[in-house]
Design a protein around this ligand. Structure first.
Ligand SMILES: [Cu+2]
Length: 632
């Protein structure tokens, strides 16, 4: 037995003591009333004879959305792929080719813009296949492409014949414009259908009716238009009372938390019926803690990747979804009645209790409350009649169980894990060819963050000087949201300037399209990575092309490692209390959050791609890095 395995066993014992049996799952007094409309699904575009051939006529489209707080229905005019919120569902099989003629009929970009480091070119777009293990270059999953207003652009993606089947999605990924386009509702499913030997042909799964369920957030000003950034902003965050936040151009904005573009739609099942729900959090920066009243969630896949054995949650126990995460769930309907599918408070069951949610459900690890991400980067409305913020629990949908009794079975025993990925055993037993450590670091306010400069991370002064007013196109930004190589530790400052404790960092802290953070990632290699979170709020880590096997959270091994392409990296603890007795991030009493994973850099794909924070307003101001995967 390797040390690794021994340590894992020890930890399982330890973790089992930590199970959060002290959380009780209750009936939810939820806020939104059912609109009464049945859940509708986006239109489906399927491949025919191996080719999915379609056109996306992208323009500013009119839709009508219902405010989850007030029930008001309002017209919105937002950027969309094909006119609808969300976009159409693309269904393909491994080996298929995806051809999309993307016609950019958006307006011209604004003339007054700051440098490319600041959000810019809201109407330039592109196409990202989130979770796809496909070519990151050429006209395929190339996030460096720019599709300008008034142009037609072909997306041409070969889905490899061995690609895992599962629940994936697409969205724009043009740096500087991603959150703007997300706020319009630009996201849709890509379903890769499996054949023999995949999850899709497991009899109990095959017999279950499928539901596609996409959550996202649309934000508009009071005229129904998606606001672009405040060009004189000096900071990332916005509140209704501050005028210098990036999103403060429109102070009074509406927010719609939607399920397939609807507010609280109805899902219908018969008692004892089993349905397969493919659930996607396509919100640009929101963590959704999803639970179904009176029912167990039976988990088949995380991020489209089938788990070795179905995981059954306790009744009412939630699944934590960072922006970008997907869950394939089997739901077996209980007795006749009405049940709510809810988003619980991401801060924990009581919002301010000592008990939160583990970022990975059932891991038993770190259920401490954390700063929830929902609208902090965007001003909310101040009028009484408007939805000010999400009130939890928020009803995402209503399940109505009625009709003739059925007794459909759930699968039993092992599920077919994808051939395309190394087995969990192979990942754990292979000595990594490289180990890397990446850090989220946040530097607030150049000169005024607390009275003591040592309260700031050691990198902050150096990077504030590097990313100065020129870098940001004329005005200094007082927040840096960085993604850094944690092994790049700088040098001591010889003059002992307290504002710049360490100097001469070698690598970029913010995204640079011309420079990779790592240029020695070799295709075919196995690597082990740790992502450290040196901030108090959670940030979801997403890497393109190669999914990873998550093995540890906060240094503690998962009882069951799981494959993902996006994972919430927990914030540092203890969490700020807001009562003035919070510790600075540099205090020795603060413990940073972290995740550790193993990954195989898939041999067939070399080239440039990215990894980033999936709070997309953070990505837009540089919380991203290029990575280059090179030939062996
Ligand atoms: Cu972030």
């Amino acid at each position: 037995m390797s040390d690794n395995v021994r340590n894992r066993k020890k930890s399982i014992l330890y973790i089992s003591i930590l199970v959060f049996c002290f959380i009780s799952y209750s009936v939810y007094e939820a806020t939104t009333q059912p609109s009464g409309e049945d859940l509708t699904e986006p239109i489906v575009i399927e491949s025919v004879d191996g080719i999915l051939d379609t056109t996306f006529d992208m323009n500013i489209s009119t839709n009508f959305l219902e405010d989850g707080g007030t029930g008001q229905i309002r017209q919105v005019n937002t950027p969309t792929f094909t006119g609808t919120i969300p976009g159409p569902t693309l269904r393909v099989k491994p080996g298929d080719r995806i051809l999309i003629n993307m016609i950019n009929n958006f307006p011209e970009n604004p003339e007054t813009q700051r440098n490319g480091a600041f959000p810019h070119n809201p109407y330039t777009t592109n196409f990202h296949f989130h979770g796809g293990s496909v070519n990151p270059g050429d006209n395929a999953d190339n996030v460096f492409r720019r599709m300008e207003p008034g142009t037609e652009n072909l997306v041409d993606i070969d889905v490899p014949p061995g690609h895992q089947s599962g629940t994936f999605w697409y969205h724009p990924h043009k740096h500087g414009a991603v959150s703007f386009q997300f706020f319009g509702g630009m996201a849709g499913f890509i379903i890769v259908e499996g054949g023999e030997g995949t999850l899709d042909t497991v009899p109990e799964v095959q017999d279950a009716e499928e539901k596609l369920i996409l959550f996202n957030i649309v934000r508009t000003d009071q005229q129904g238009n998606v606001p672009f950034v405040n060009q004189i902003a000096t900071q990332q965050n916005s509140t209704p009372s501050d005028s210098l936040g990036i999103w403060s151009t429109y102070q009074n904005s509406f927010m719609y938390l939607l399920t397939n573009g609807q507010t609280n739609p109805v899902i219908r099942m018969k008692p004892g019926e089993v349905q397969r729900w493919r659930v996607l959090n396509a919100g640009s920066g929101v963590t959704l803690v999803v639970a179904l009243e009176g029912h167990q969630l039976n988990l088949l896949a995380n991020d489209g990747i089938t788990v070795p054995e179905m995981v059954t949650f306790e009744t009412g126990e939630p699944y934590v979804m960072a922006s970008g995460n997907r869950a394939d769930l089997l739901i077996k309907a209980g007795s006749s009645g009405t049940y709510k599918l809810v988003a619980l408070n991401p801060d924990g069951p009581n919002g301010d209790s000592d008990i939160g949610w583990s970022v990975i459900t059932q891991s038993g690890i770190d259920p401490s409350p954390r700063t929830a991400r929902i609208g902090f980067d965007f001003p909310i409305v101040s009028g009484e009649t408007l939805l000010q913020e999400i009130t939890y629990p928020y009803t995402l949908a209503t399940l109505i169980v009625e009709g003739e009794e059925m007794d459909m079975p759930l699968p039993n025993g092992p599920l077919p894990v994808p051939d395309a990925l190394p087995s969990i055993e192979t990942q754990l037993d292979t000595t990594p060819d490289a180990e890397r450590t990446v850090a989220w670091e946040i530097c607030g306010t150049r000169f005024a963050m607390g009275s003591d400069p040592s309260d700031r991370l050691p990198s902050c002064g150096w990077y504030f000087d590097l990313y100065n007013a020129d870098y940001w196109g004329g005005l200094e930004m007082t927040n840096l949201l960085m993604m850094r190589d944690a092994n790049d530790e700088g040098k001591p400052n010889p003059v002992d300037d307290p504002l710049i404790p360490r100097i001469n960092y070698e690598k970029e802290g913010l995204f640079d399209a011309n420079e990779p953070l790592f240029d020695n990632m070799v295709a075919g290699n196995f690597e082990e990575w740790t992502i450290i979170n040196r901030s108090f709020s959670d940030h979801p880590f997403h890497i393109h092309i190669n999914p990873f096997l998550l093995t540890h959270i906060n240094g503690k091994p998962l009882p069951q490692p799981e494959y993902r392409d996006t994972v919430l990296v927990p914030g540092a603890t203890p969490q700020p209390t807001g009562g003035g007795n919070s510790l600075p991030i540099t205090d020795p009493g603060v413990t940073f959050g972290s995740v550790t994973f193993r990954t195989e850099l898939e041999a067939s794909f070399t080239g440039q791609t990215v990894m980033h924070c999936h709070i997309l307003s953070h990505e837009d101001v540089g919380m991203m890095q290029r990575i280059d995967i090179i030939e062996p």
